[in-house]
Design a protein around this ligand. Sequence first.
Ligand code: FES
Ligand SMILES: [Fe+2]
Length: 434
Amino acid sequence: MITEEENRLICEVEGDAPMGQLMRHHWIPALMSEEIETDGKPVRVRLFGEDLVAFRDSNGDVGLIDEFCPHRGPSLYFGRNENCGLRCLYHGWKFDKDGNITEMPSEPPESQMKERIRIKAYPTHEAAGFVWAWMGPADEMSAFQAPPFAPDADTKVSITKIKVPCNWSQIQEGQIDSAHSSTLHSSDMVPARIESAGANNTHWTRPSTDKSPRIFTQRTPYGFRYVAVRRPIKNARTNDYLRITVYVAPFISLIPPNDSYNVCSINVPVDDKNTFFYFVAWGDENCIDTDEWRAFNHAVVGKDLNTDYSTKRTLDNDFLQDRDAMAAGNFTGVPGIPNQDIIMWVSMGAWPERQEDHLGASDLAVVEFRKLMVEAVKAFKDGSQPAIGTTQSVIPHRDIRSWQGIVTKDADWTQFGVGDIEAEALGHTKTEAS
Ligand code: FES
Ligand SMILES: [Fe+2]
């Protein structure tokens, strides 16, 4: 049973909160690259309770700086993005991407003031469709490594972005909760007499009707893997259907793939009660296109989402749930897999009261997440361990994979989906997909 204090350790990410500080020891996906154009409009980016603005300067480089001008405090979101810097409209102070003040037209030319003042600026790196930021201590900045959803520079990545009004950890627990997919998403993840999970324009298919998977977990240097074992529709006497999900601490999850693309989620805290949820499809040229992916998820800006990526479906309008559609056979009355999840996450309250939960056998991976992250954040807080996932470079993120498939009942699930390096690190040999 989790205590109130442990719950706070998992949830709190603002200011000096240890979980927020732990996360800052990883490169953070701050926004999507597509959100900012060279010399174009800046965008507001709130992360870990800090209000920032991002802009792309005349060289195409990204600045991520304090939203508020250090002179007298107006928002730089309204500033001019020109000639390699963002200029405050009030008195024209101008800031470059590194936080230097390059012009101070309201001060006399001989003034030394601009050498003495800086604006807060975080280093950035672009990869896999994201602008990543280093928000941890400058002297502990790690080398950027390819994320698990873009192992190669030419990996096709399609991103759905949604701002969700709840704590990051509720969303994270949804990503490692295979059991809910057979119920909440039952109208979109449809059982079929197939050999392996599939995807088309309207729904996903899976070779099982089993709603109560048996869950087993395995810790790894980067987090943990777990399997959900289901009865397959075909040959249930001799075979099992395995869905292996991977948690790459602190905020990335690799969801089992289908026959067209892989799926990944990332939860980036906006503050204690809001989160940017990124749902990523990735793979080779067969991977779904970005526009199709957003349409499939019913998460299109202008239609389903506001320009700040918040949803038009909210608690106040009952998420526009369609009871007639439910009566006609749709399970939730809400289209789009993420939208169905969002109703669950947000209706729990923006801050989870985990002490009230009644966990069952299907919640084993959720329990493992809570145990792992409470241990990790306590060890980070007291200085006995570095931030989880920052010391073990032995398994590069680009080699980590989720997996799904039908195997014989005597098969050892831990051997499926691991690459050569991971198999060696975990001390077993790799088994190819059957
Ligand atoms: S308040 Fe920004 S330049 Fe004066
Ligand atoms: Fe879900």
